[in-house]
Structure formats: structure tokens, C-alpha cells
Design a protein around this ligand. Structure first.
Ligand code: HH2
Length: 264
């Protein structure tokens, strides 16, 4: 899944794709590089970021989705927590709804997805991007995230989304400190065991900076390492900024995973 942030303030690519032509060109580049999904977002959710009003978010994402839907074959995903933005994005040609709130505010987003026959990503998070890093304490982060995602999947099914269209995501960096992120990354198999495809978004995030001391521009190598480990743990979708660079590592990890399982 290639990331296409149509925002002025995303933590890595903020401001790079605000012009429609630049955004579409980047989407096409990622599709050419082998992305299976393009994830379009119009609101940064980095720690500390402030919400964007629905009209601004709509103006950013809808024209990009319309153009990409006409110009690329790969599915387009909309990264939003606002039902009105989801509705317009799915009408414009997106077929996957990426909900970083994991339906915390209720089933409305799932109802929108169901009405459009769209698939859904349900991600674990807490509070809002502005204050989520004040909510990083858990008794058992892996168990709590797993139970949250299982309940969110049930809520989506209740709202009409077929179970086989639901993807789960532990939400790396969303209301998690380094210890929490590492616990989740070390126990991805527990989320995979829920039976849904698991998506992971580690790309250039601050836990990599905390481990390596590297600034965001220099986090590609460690991002690739995390992606390879995630594939070995059964993760099926990696949400990344650098599709061309990550894809070969994912292909190799996938081949090694098959080797390990076919020997017995
Ligand atoms: N991370 C971000 C945004 N959306 N969606 C899912 N499913 N999983 C994630 O881990 C995830 C996500 C944050 O990263 P990014 O889009 O690069 O930055 P920003 O929020 O600053 O736009």
C-alpha cells in the first residue's frame, strides 16, 4: 500500500503533493513501482496534529481519487475518519476505507463502507492525534489491541461489511510508546491469529528514530527491515512511503516465509 498524503503537514511527505498534478503523478509512480493499493489521505494524523474541517479534506482528496481511479488499475483507499469524506471518496472511485479510529465513534463509517460494497481497514488508536501520546499506558498492550480489533471487526460486520472484507491494523505509533510499539511488532502473530489480513504502517515512524537515532529522511533502511520482519510474522499489507524500495524486500521475505512453511 503506497501512501499518498495530500496535506501540508504530514510528518514525511507533507506539502509535496498538495497540487493535483503532483498528487496524481506520485500515485501513478507508486502504481508503476508495484503498489497494490494507493492510500489517499487529506488529514495528517501525526502525533500532535490538529483536525482538518470536512470541506478542506474533501477538496484535497476527491479530485485526486477521481483522477487516479481513471488512470490506474490498482485499488484506491481513502484514509479518513469522517463519514462525509468516506462517502464522497467511495463515490469518486475509492474501494477501500482506511479508518484509523477503528470505529471508536460508532458504526457509521462501516455503514458507509457497506453501502458502497467497500472493504475496510480497522486500526487501533486512542484519543485524538493531538493528545494520543498522553494515552500510551496499557496493562497488556498486545491483548488490549487484539481485543479492540476483534470487537471493531464484529461492529463492522454488524453494520453490513462482509467479514472477508475486513483488514486489521495495530496502529503503530498511535497512542503507543516505544515499548508498546515493540511489543506489538514482536507479537504480530497474535493479531494474525484473529483470521483477518493484517496491515502494518511502520514507514519512517518515530519508533525507528527512537531505536536508531536517525531523522525521518534516513529511516528507509530500517523501515525495510521492519517490513521484512512483519511479512515473516504473517502481515499481508505494508503501508509505506517508498514502494519501489520496500517491494523487493517484501518479495524476498515472502519467498523465505514460504520456504519455512513448506519444509515440514
Ligand atoms: N499511519 C498513518 C496514517 N494512516 N493508516 C493505517 N491503516 N495504519 C497506519 O499505521 C497509519 C495510517 C500516519 O502516517 P502518515 O500518513 O505517513 O503521516 P501523517 O499522518 O502525518 O499524514
Amino acid at each position: 500500500m503506497g501512501i499518498l498524503n495530500v496535506t501540508p503537514d504530514s510528518f514525511f511527505d507533507g506539502g509535496e503533493h498538495l497540487r493535483l498534478d503532483d498528487a496524481v503523478a506520485h500515485g501513478l509512480r507508486m502504481a508503476d513501482a508495484g503498489a497494490d493499493i494507493i492510500d489517499v489521505g487529506g488529514e495528517s494524523t501525526r502525533p500532535g496534529s490538529l483536525p482538518v474541517d470536512p470541506d478542506t479534506e474533501l477538496e484535497r482528496v476527491v479530485p485526486v481519487i477521481e483522477r487516479l481511479a481513471a488512470e490506474v488499475d490498482v485499488p484506491i483507499s481513502i484514509d479518513t475518519t469522517k463519514p462525509e469524506v468516506a462517502e464522497a471518496a467511495l463515490a469518486a472511485g475509492a474501494t477501500l476505507l482506511n479508518d484509523v479510529s477503528g470505529l471508536r465513534v460508532g458504526p457509521e463509517l462501516a455503514e458507509v463502507a457497506a453501502a458502497h460494497g467497500a472493504s475496510m481497514v480497522l486500526m487501533h488508536s486512542r484519543a485524538t492525534p493531538k493528545d494520543m501520546q498522553d494515552h500510551t499506558r496499557y496493562h497488556d498492550v498486545v491483548g488490549e489491541v487484539r481485543d479492540f480489533l476483534a470487537a471493531a471487526a464484529d461492529l463492522a460486520v454488524g453494520a453490513g461489511v462482509p467479514r472477508d472484507r475486513i483488514i486489521l491494523d495495530p496502529g503503530i505509533g498511535f497512542a503507543k510508546d516505544l515499548e508498546g510499539n515493540l511489543a506489538l511488532l514482536k507479537n504480530l502473530d497474535e493479531l494474525v491469529a484473529l483470521g483477518h489480513p493484517v496491515l502494518l504502517g511502520p514507514s519512517r515512524k518515530s519508533f525507528i528514530g527512537a531505536i536508531t537515532g536517525l531523522p525521518v529522511e534516513q529511516r528507509l533502511g530500517p523501515t525495510i527491515a521492519v517490513c521484512a520482519v512483519a511479512v515473516m510474522s504473517g502481515v499481508r499489507i505494508l503501508r509505506v512511503h517508498d514502494v519501489a524500495e520496500v517491494l523487493p524486500a517484501v518479495q524476498v521475505a515472502d519467498a523465505l516465509r514460504d520456504t519455512r512453511t513448506t519444509r515440514e
